[in-house]
Design a protein around this ligand. Structure first.
Ligand code: AMP
Ligand code: MN
Ligand code: MN
Ligand code: MN
Length: 285
């Protein structure tokens, strides 16, 4: 398969922190000309059957997906898994364990916000969480907009919920090794999500890519909603340097919040191995 394919292999539904259902996303992907789709909810595969059924109804080829939160060098990093068996018991147990810490973290986030005079944030965020186990910073951000603390969610992440700001609670997620092996052992492919987003030094980034590769990681997102054109070039170079395949995904969450719509990204740059070429036999039609 060519690198000229409108593949969108990263987005979120109400099962994690998106605002559309898996069915609404499938319809939107199809309408926007997506030719290969994956729903990649955070730490959760509860939407996979619905996504696959809806994709089939539109004749849209589908790969199973998830975006796993990990801790690497003291930072939160996201690893996308594609084409794994959603029934795999170790994958399911690993995701359950990763989700497990979110409830307690959310209460601590709420306490931290209360300390600066923002009350009721836990209950407020929970209203936005379609799946209470998946309560996330995004749901808190929506509540802070509703409460009039900020005008939009991007402003929330500038002023709250991030390192050094009120509402931030450090958290230990899965390890890189565990996430990569859950995905690989379940027959899928691990992908480093939006690498430009982590604020790593070149040394830390080199360590992430090398350790990811050592543990069996296979690909990196080169074209994603949060990368600039210069970053497409940088991570295309890194993919070639590390012998990784390349992925493409909008990271679409919501028509009201996301700048990049499903299927609206540039194509992958040339001279890369598209991740869908390696996953050809995992694509469900
Ligand atoms: P959590 O998994 O609870 O830490 O929440 C992380 C989610 O918050 C990400 O998947 C994004 O959807 C959202 N997020 C994090 N940082 C930002 C940001 N700077 N701007 C907008 N959304 C963000
Ligand atoms: Mn998210
Ligand atoms: Mn992410
Ligand atoms: Mn994402």
């Amino acid at each position: 398969m060519s690198s000229i394919l409108n593949a969108d292999l990263h987005c979120h539904s109400v099962v994690s922190d998106g605002t559309l259902t898996p069915e609404e996303l499938a319809a939107r992907a199809h309408a926007n000309g997506v030719e290969l789709w994956a729903l990649t909810d955070h730490d959760e595969i509860g939407g996979q059957q619905r996504a696959l059924a809806a994709a089939r109804a539109h004749g849209l080829p589908y790969l199973t997906g998830a975006e796993i939160s990990i801790t690497f060098a003291g930072h939160t990093v996201h690893i996308v898994g594609l084409g794994f068996d959603a029934e795999d018991p170790r994958m399911q147990a690993g995701l359950r364990q990763t989700r497990g810490g979110r409830g307690g973290r959310a209460r601590e986030m709420s306490d931290s916000l209360a300390a600066v005079g923002i009350h009721g944030a836990y209950e407020g965020a929970l209203k936005y969480a379609g799946n209470p186990e998946l309560i996330s910073r995004t749901h808190f951000a929506r509540y802070l907009v509703e409460a009039g603390v900020c005008r939009e969610t991007n402003e929330v992440f500038r002023k709250y919920l991030t390192e050094g700001k009120p509402g931030f609670v450090p958290h230990r997620w899965a390890t890189l090794r565990d996430a990569v092996s859950w995905i690989g052992d379940a027959g899928g492919m691990a992908v480093i999500a939006h690498p430009a987003r982590y604020g790593f030094t070149p040394t830390e980034e080199y360590a992430l890519f090398s350790e990811f590769k050592t543990h069996g990681g296979r690909a990196v997102e080169v074209v994603t909603g949060s990368h600039s054109a210069a970053e497409y070039v940088k991570y295309a170079d890194m993919a070639r340097e590390f012998g990784l395949a390349a992925s493409r995904g909008s990271d679409f969450h919501s028509p009201d919040e996301s700048h990049t719509d499903l299927g609206a990204l540039p194509f992958l740059p040339g001279q890369l191995t598209p991740v869908w070429e390696l996953l050809a036999d995992r694509i469900q039609q």
